[in-house]
Design a protein around this ligand. Structure first.
Ligand SMILES: N[C@@H](CCC(=O)N[C@@H](CS)C(=O)NCC(=O)O)C(=O)O
Length: 205
């Protein structure tokens, strides 16, 4: 049983989706970030950065305990442990890695930037928010082209899809309202209908 520390955010959901889709049993510990749960001493022992998600797997490699943070690392840990969602063919695997990186280092940070400029920065500027919203939609346009004629980003369902979906789910209203992106919208509906994703979204909140 893996202990999962999470909250209702895209990063939290990425970890939960990873565990659910990989069929790894987990127990959810929900943190209330607004109330400071992430900065409590007991959680800082698990992730000194005070950020969710984090997992503790008592049955890690060699039967040893593994404590891990960073949603992308948790996703990679889950797929390696289960042997799922990493294409066996080396060329397809490389393609899945490329789109995994696009999701985690391009799209997810842009979505975070929208959040920070519109809620956290001391000076709010609608132009800054619009800049990052446009950047986000441009990045999704690239995914949309890749999805042409494909059900999943790298052909078969892979780490690329599991990494990107929680970002799109968190920005559903913006994506649905955007012109075009027909392939991304159809893919998002396909992802939402997957039993593992649906279970994770319900478990994580
Ligand atoms: N790159 C990290 C980001 C983790 C992160 O920023 N988590 C947020 C919630 S989505 C958090 O816990 N923030 C509280 C804080 O940093 O104080 C990941 O992918 O896990």
């Amino acid at each position: 049983m893996i202990d999962l520390y999470t909250a209702s955010t895209g990063n939290g959901r990425r970890a939960t989706i990873a565990l659910a889709e990989c069929g790894l049993p987990y127990k959810v510990h929900k943190l209330d970030l607004a109330k400071g749960d992430g900065k409590k001493p007991e959680f800082l022992k698990i992730n000194p950065a005070g950020a969710i998600p984090a997992i503790v797997d008592a049955d890690g490699p060699g039967g040893k305990k593994v404590t891990l943070s960073q949603s992308g690392a948790i996703l990679l840990y889950a797929v390696e442990k289960s042997g799922k969602f990493i294409p066996k063919d080396p060329a397809k695997r490389a393609e899945a890695y490329q789109w995994f990186m696009q999701a985690t280092t391009d799209v997810a940070p842009t979505s975070s930037a929208i959040f920070y400029v519109s809620t956290h920065l001391p000076v709010k500027d609608a132009g800054n928010t619009a800049y990052f919203e446009q950047r986000f939609l441009t990045q999704l346009g690239i995914v949309d082209k890749q999805l042409e004629g494909r059900d999943y980003i790298a052909g078969e369902c892979s780490i690329a899809d599991l990494a990107l979906y929680p970002v799109i789910a968190a920005r559903k209203a913006m994506v649905d309202a955007a012109p075009g992106l027909a392939n991304v919208k159809a893919w998002a509906a396909r992802m939402a209908a997957r039993p593992g994703v649906a279970k994770a979204m319900a478990d994580n909140g």
